[in-house]
Design a binder for this molecule. Structure first.
Ligand code: TMP
Length: 239
């Protein structure tokens, strides 16, 4: 990859290729969990997550959600709009699962009567703590208008994707979204939408088709990532 590496995260690298408006987002096979205490690789994960994200960003754009996605330039690379990222992770939930089930003492799998939105402060050194609107204001992590746009776009993204996945016999249990502001001041959906950042359950069997297979040592990780991709996109991923 030519260009200048400006950021390397646990699962992706961002390259500056010289264009002031765009970057290249490169997807790795590396996987981490529990704030990188657990490390591994999932073969072909970069390709699956890159191509699934591209597919879902395309659907969201058509439905009126502005995203950072421009185009895909290879199996594991996409051009994205350059954003100033909001230092928040926005989690949308449709079922009790993961940390919500644990925190509220509920069995995993129960339906929520309404989608639940949670904010997490992106700070690896603190383990990404959950924050509320007042915490966000005190820390000045985002202005009121930006926050309102993020909440509106996050809820709409969840509604669209829950419907898209339901049509494929998959439950969108929960997901993590990240947003940023472009040079014109527009709030755009950024990052990725993949089995690394969402929980997906087979609607019939309840089988997990996401990174919980890695987090919880359930095995057959790659097979389930690939099966999810096939069901949602309709063809094999390109490696
Ligand atoms: P949680 O139940 O562990 O809080 O996770 C909620 C959703 O957020 C789930 O779909 C997985 C995703 N997620 C990430 O993408 N990155 C993270 O670091 C964590 C903790 C969760």
């Amino acid at each position: 990859m030519e260009g200048h590496k400006i950021y390397e995260g646990k699962a992706k690298i961002l390259f500056d290729m010289g264009d002031p408006d765009t970057l290249v987002q490169h997807f790795k096979d590396d996987a981490t969990a529990f704030n990188a205490q657990k490390k591994g690789t999932i073969s072909h994960k970069g390709a699956i997550n890159c191509q699934l994200s591209a597919h879902l960003f395309g659907i969201l754009e058509q439905e009126g959600i502005p995203t950072h996605f421009v185009n895909r330039t290879g199996p594991v690379d996409m051009t994205v709009r350059r954003l100033s990222m909001v230092a928040l992770e926005v989690v949308l939930r449709n079922r009790f699962a993961g940390s919500l089930a644990k925190r509220l003492g509920q069995p995993e799998g129960g339906a929520l009567p309404m989608p639940v939105l949670e904010w997490y402060y992106k700070r690896d050194d603190l383990g990404d703590p959950m924050v509320n609107r007042d915490h966000i204001r005190v820390l000045e992590l985002a202005g009121e208008e930006t926050l309102a746009a993020v909440e509106r776009l996050g809820r709409k993204t969840n509604a669209i994707l829950a419907r898209v996945f339901a049509q494929k016999g998959i439950v969108l249990v929960d997901m993590k979204l990240e947003f940023g502001v472009d040079s014109k001041g527009r709030v755009l959906l950024g990052d990725e939408i993949s089995p690394d950042t969402c929980r997906f359950w087979d609607a019939k069997t309840g089988e997990k088709m996401d990174k919980d297979r890695f987090r919880r040592d359930l095995g057959q990780i790659e097979e389930h990532y690939q099966e999810l991709f096939r069901r949602v996109v309709g063809h094999e991923p390109e490696f």
